[in-house]
Design a protein around this ligand. Structure first.
Ligand SMILES: [Mn+2]
Length: 494
């Protein structure tokens, strides 16, 4: 798809308008998304308001339902990392209020004028009058309006940052990178691109962040090396991920002590330069020998982002680990802890956040152990793992992905994973691989077809999809899946 030409001056002008909007007002209600990008957005705008001496309260929510907008008393409302997709609801529910939306999601099609520019959404330099509709008073700052891709080039935190930057608060750029990492915007190129790159340069100049090429495995800052290998998912390391015995053997061969003299587990960031080098080249050789695709190799070595103002060895020093900690706050229904972390608090909030992160990691580990103990069922046209009520539905998909890519599992069929959280609902996650998709696998279509039969909800992507059905309909569901898989896989012949 050809994208519209980037309108840089329009972008900066609207950022300035958003900054002016804030400067002219006081007493705000800030609502943001509860994931890492939303929480860092709240941190960036919250710190901006705080430094400007403005009053505000903030809240992070999972989804912007209409009733979320009931009972908001404040006159000035700022939506962060959400809002663009719900602009009609906002317009309707918050008549007479002053609204600022800083979001990067695809804007909702509205019948009425957008951001003072009614001409088919294309951005024009001279889009002067923001408040073209007197009753709605919505100022929306969204990259899509300027021909910038909100999926890969800038996150909600990035949009928030460009507003904060108008006040000169360029140190907040580090949080914007955490937000981008949280939304996996570094995923498709194994590095940040577009507007995110601009933020990186500002962060570097401000000396709040450093970026370099290095081992990109998750946990490089704070996970024991052994765990870093065993739990690696981007990429999944053949014969090492989810295989503790083999990972241990791999490290022993390298003669890298796993513990310090004091008996503490060593992390990658704590290794000597020579040890780092040895580990990295051994990993590269191992992956080549095990036929890891060149595409996945990109994720082994690539750009990493280090927050220089965080303590050495702290997980907050690595943008990805920081983002995961924030996500585990949201997932445990404690987004407020994440907000406090993003506002700069490092005492109590940090301790609590670490606890929630630890909970998440333990859940992953026990989940994998449970499946290893109970086994993977090989059906004719798919693989099946059953987490029963022992693996939470929020992580069953991650676990399926980790196990699936380990080499002991046949890769000629997709994997389905079940989780049942006590209720009569069954959550199903499915994962495939590129080769299968190339041959015709479409898990999203399969989930939809099967869900239609059993009155469930499902969808996703060709390579990964999810569904929720009534547990009693499990057999019926998989009867359909079996048929659809067979059809999709045999369609390859043509
Ligand atoms: Mn986002």
């Amino acid at each position: 798809m050809e994208k519209t030409k980037t309108n840089e001056s329009g972008f900066t002008e609207t950022a300035q308008k958003a900054a002016d909007w804030i400067a002219e007002r006081d007493d705000f209600h800030v609502i943001g998304h509860f994931d890492a990008d939303g929480l860092t957005s709240i941190g960036i705008i919250g710190q901006t308001l705080f430094r400007l001496g403005k009053k505000f309260e903030s809240k992070a929510i999972k989804q912007l339902y209409a009733d979320e907008l009931d009972g908001i008393e404040k006159q000035n409302i700022i939506f962060l990392d959400l809002g663009s997709g719900q602009i009609n609801t906002i317009r309707e529910k918050l008549k007479g209020k002053n609204i600022l939306i800083l979001d990067h999601h695809t804007p909702e099609e509205t019948g009425s004028a957008k951001t003072g520019n009614s001409e088919s959404g294309s951005s024009k330099d001279e889009s002067e009058s923001i408040k073209s509709e007197p009753e709605s008073e919505i100022l929306e700052f969204n990259p899509h309006m300027f021909g910038i891709d909100g999926g890969t080039e800038i996150s909600g935190a990035g949009m928030s940052f460009f507003v904060a930057s108008r006040f000169g608060f360029n140190d907040l750029s580090a949080l914007a990178i955490v937000g981008a990492a949280g939304d996996m915007q570094d995923y498709s190129h194994a590095r940040l691109v577009g507007k995110n790159r601009e933020i990186l340069d500002i962060a570097k100049k401000e000396k709040v962040l450093e970026y370099k090429n290095d081992l990109r495995l998750y946990g490089r800052m704070s996970r024991p090396i052994l765990q870093m290998l065993v739990y690696s998912t981007d990429p999944v390391l053949p014969n090492l991920t989810a295989d503790e015995k083999n990972s241990l053997y791999f490290l022993e061969k390298l003669c890298i002590p796993l513990k310090t003299r004091d008996g503490e587990w060593r992390t990658y960031s704590g290794l000597e330069p020579s040890e780092k080098k040895a580990l990295v080249s051994a990993l590269i050789n191992h992956c080549i020998a095990n036929n890891l695709s060149r595409y996945k190799m990109k994720f082994l070595i690539g750009e990493v982002y280090e927050l220089l103002l965080e303590e050495p060895g702290s997980p907050l020093r690595d943008a990805k680990e920081f983002a995961t900690i924030l996500n585990s706050c949201g997932r445990n229904n404690k987004p407020d802890i994440g907000i406090r972390l993003c506002m700069g608090e490092r005492d109590q909030a940090y301790k609590e956040a670490l606890l929630m992160w630890a909970k998440h990691k333990t859940a992953l580990r026990t989940g994998i152990e449970f499946i290893q103990a109970t086994g993977i069922q090989e059906k004719k046209n798919y693989l099946l793992i059953d987490g029963k009520d022992r693996i939470s539905e929020s992580i069953i998909g991650i676990i399926a992905g980790m196990l699936y890519s380990s080499n002991n599992i046949p890769h000629n069929k997709p994997i389905f994973a079940l989780a049942c959280d006590g209720s009569e609902k069954l959550k199903i996650s499915a994962r495939g691989n590129r080769d299968l998709v190339f041959k015709g696998l479409d898990l999203s279509a399969a989930m939809k077809t099967a869900c239609e039969k059993v009155d469930g909800e499902g969808g996703g992507h060709k390579i990964a999809a999810g569904a929720k059905i009534n547990a009693a309909k499990k057999d019926e569901f998989f009867k359909v899946i079996d048929e659809v898989m067979k059809q999709q896989m045999t369609a390859q012949g043509k």
